[in-house]
Design a protein around this ligand. Structure first.
Ligand code: SF4
Length: 670
């Protein structure tokens, strides 16, 4: 028996990017635990990853290429050799290119794996092919815009600094489900006497770890931020020294915008009593170093970028940005740690091709002309489940003339619609390089077990496809490790000062933050730009969310037991979640004559979805909550939650609006 403990990294789309220790016996991962030497995650994992070996060696893993034999969506396939799969793909693509041009081919991927090499492995290939480009904006581009408009390239504070704060506000983030290691610092702050608040649209699992939860109307957070600023100014709870030396546009905000955001008005917009607004503002304004951790969900509204922008302005008024332990954290931006142009290879594009927003896949597959999409290549993404407007996506995927290839570990909803399915490695079976959007850690991970079955990594498959297409660039003749070595040979100021020895050993290391990060703001003016003259709205303001035609606002919150549609292969996690519930306030349920666990249907203009009802006072009246994205074969009806979410985009950034939808609910009747 050969037993080894190897280091790796959690590859999923989560800000924590946990360090893993993998126990390997005879080439099989038998146990996965947290790496105690990881500077941020410190040896603990979430419930999803604690038994990652069961995902890696799941009996549901795809182990051979498959060719469709049944109708699209039926999931009927027969195994074929890799050789044949490659031949079929290339032959079909050549025909499509001859008839329609290469822009008729569309790659579709997002963050099923976060490693820089495997995640981006398709970019060079599809640039060289001349395929349509995908605007990868499904997550939180509006959040990035909101931060950048005010703070430019200023780095967010170190997340552990929250431990120094005397008031922590988790704003629109269900941290217990989505950012659990951030709570390490929050807990420390609490032990030292800090107050911990949650501002959200319903009492989720994170409510249980905070001192106070404030429930706001969905999409109204921007009005709350402006209302608090109104009160801070009225009560002279502002830091004039900081505003004068480091902020641009405070006087304009004070004169032109804030007078309108009286407690009366904000109370009616946000749904909080006036006294509560006064109390929040007083506590925030008198805190020494308040820290706001902003989630992503509140940016997934039609007003998402503006909402984040207004919240980011709030700490500027009280000078929290220059106090250790204070400020605002949206995400870390470590993009410049590595020369990503060496991975993406945009220079392989012979001419600029069209760009397609990934949130509009339904429209793209059904409506787009010039040329219409004839082939979709999906890798580490499951658009049939996770992309908005599911009915339109499935209609598009059902097109007989659409040639769909899916490279996956499991028979997902999308894979069921493929013409060819290629088996993919898990993160333990390939090499990669990781950075995180919730920490300043970077880490290199090598494959710790051989590929399961005949699975291949994204990198390997794109190299094979490049060879078959006759792409002669040496770039496609290297291994993932060669490319990682090349990247690491290119110096970056961001990586200066990291613990090189530990990094070379495969440990997570932290990128040091500039010592003047709290006083030198990386904006064109060098100041925090409350007034940004380059914007169509030079000052932050309130943009209302989507009104909608139905009586309930639908919140599509995260599940504690899954990550988007990932981990749905795990029976143990499915059992814990029990069933696909729609949560509703008791008053609303009573008015509709509904009882606990009744089968119900939520519907709107886009379609309808079956749920079991869970009646709870944790959800305010007028709101319903559906947590998690379920695979269709686990749903009580034929559709999952993204049937109810629209293809509308955010105000800036082209982001998704998953939280900005309305529905009605009726009892299911056979
Ligand atoms: S999903 Fe997030 S919290 Fe869970 S192990 Fe991965 S990085 Fe850590």
């Amino acid at each position: 028996m050969v037993r080894k403990i190897r280091r790796s990294v959690c590859p999923y789309d989560c800000p924590d990017a946990c360090g893993l220790l993998v126990e390997v016996i005879n080439g099989k991962a038998v146990k996965v635990s947290g790496d105690p030497e990881h500077p941020f995650t410190r040896g603990t994992l979430c419930v999803k990853m604690n038994r990652y070996q069961e995902t890696v060696h799941s009996p549901l893993r795809l182990t051979q290429p498959l060719l469709r034999t049944g109708t699209k969506g039926s999931g009927e396939f027969r195994p074929i050799p890799w050789e044949e799969a490659m031949e079929r793909i290339i032959e079909r693509w050549q025909k499509i290119i001859d008839q329609h041009g290469s822009e008729a081919i569309l790659p579709y991927s997002y963050a099923g794996t976060m490693g820089l090499i495997q995640r981006n492995a398709g970019h060079p290939f599809f640039y060289r092919l001349g395929a349509s480009r995908l605007d990868r904006t499904i997550c939180s581009p509006a959040k990035e815009v909101g931060w950048k408009v005010v703070m430019g390239e200023t780095p967010a504070p170190h997340p552990d600094e929250v431990a120094e704060s005397d008031l922590v506000i988790l704003w629109g983030i269900n941290a217990v489900a989505t950012n659990i290691h951030f709570l390490h610092g929050v807990k420390k702050a609490k032990q030292k006497g800090a107050a911990i608040w949650l501002i959200d649209t319903y009492q989720n699992i994170t409510s249980s770890v905070v001192d106070q939860t404030y429930i706001v109307r969905p999409g109204s957070d921007g009005s709350l931020a402006l209302g608090l600023m109104h009160l801070l100014v009225r009560d002279n709870l502002i830091d004039r020294d900081f505003l004068e030396s480091h902020v641009q546009g405070f006087e304009e905000l004070k004169e032109k915008i804030l007078p309108d955001f009286t407690p009366e008005k904000v109370s009616s917009l946000a749904g909080l009593p006036k006294e509560t607004l006064e109390s929040i503002a007083r506590t925030y304004g008198t805190a020494i170093n308040p820290f706001i951790r902003v989630g992503s969900g509140l940016s997934r509204y039609g007003n998402g970028a503006m909402t984040i922008r207004t919240i980011v302005c709030l700490p500027a008024l009280v000078g929290a940005y220059w106090k250790k332990g204070g400020g605002c954290f949206t995400s870390t931006n470590t993009a410049r740690a590595f020369a990503m142009n060496e991975v993406l290879r945009e220079d392989f594009m012979a001419k600029k091709t069209r760009i397609i927003n990934m949130n509009r896949l339904g429209w793209t597959l059904n409506e787009l002309k010039g040329p219409p999409i004839q082939s979709l290549y999906v890798y580490h993404s499951n658009p049939a489940s996770v992309t908005p407007d599911q009915n339109q996506v499935l209609k598009g995927l059902s097109r007989e003339d659409l040639f769909t290839v899916v490279h996956e570990r499991f028979m997902t909803d999308t894979a069921r619609y493929a013409d060819i399915v290629l088996p993919s490695t898990s993160s333990l079976e390939h090499s990669d390089l990781y950075r995180s959007y919730g920490t300043y850690c970077i880490q290199r991970a090598k494959a710790v077990i051989p590929p399961v079955g005949e699975s291949k990594s994204n990198w390997e498959v794109f190299c094979l496809l490049a060879e078959r297409m006759g792409f002669d660039k040496p770039f496609f003749h290297q291994t993932a490790d060669d490319l990682i070595n090349h990247l690491l040979s290119i110096p970056s100021p961001m990586r200066e000062g990291i613990d090189q020895k530990a990094f070379a050993m495969g440990k997570a290391v932290e990128i040091p933050l500039p010592s003047d990060a709290r006083t030198h703001f990386k904006t064109p003016s060098g100041k925090i730009e409350i007034l940004n003259p380059r914007e169509s709205h030079p000052l932050p303001c309130y943009l209302p969310p989507y009104e909608g035609d139905y009586p309930f606002r639908l919140m599509t919150g995260p599940s504690f037991y899954a990550l988007n549609s990932s981990f749905r292969e795990r029976e143990d996690l499915l059992k814990k979640e029990k069933a696909m519930f729609l949560q509703m306030n008791p008053t609303d349920a009573e008015a509709k004559g509904m009882k606990e666990e009744d089968p119900v249907i939520a519907f709107n203009q886009l379609g309808e979805v079956s749920f079991f009802l869970h009646i709870t006072p944790k959800v305010p009246s007028g709101v319903v909550v559906a947590e998690g994205v379920w695979w269709l074969n686990h749903c009580p009806g034929p559709r999952s939650v993204n049937t109810l979410t629209s293809q509308r985009l955010t105000d800036q950034g082209g982001g998704s609006t998953f939280y900005d939808n309305t529905v009605d609910v009726k009892l299911y009747q056979e």
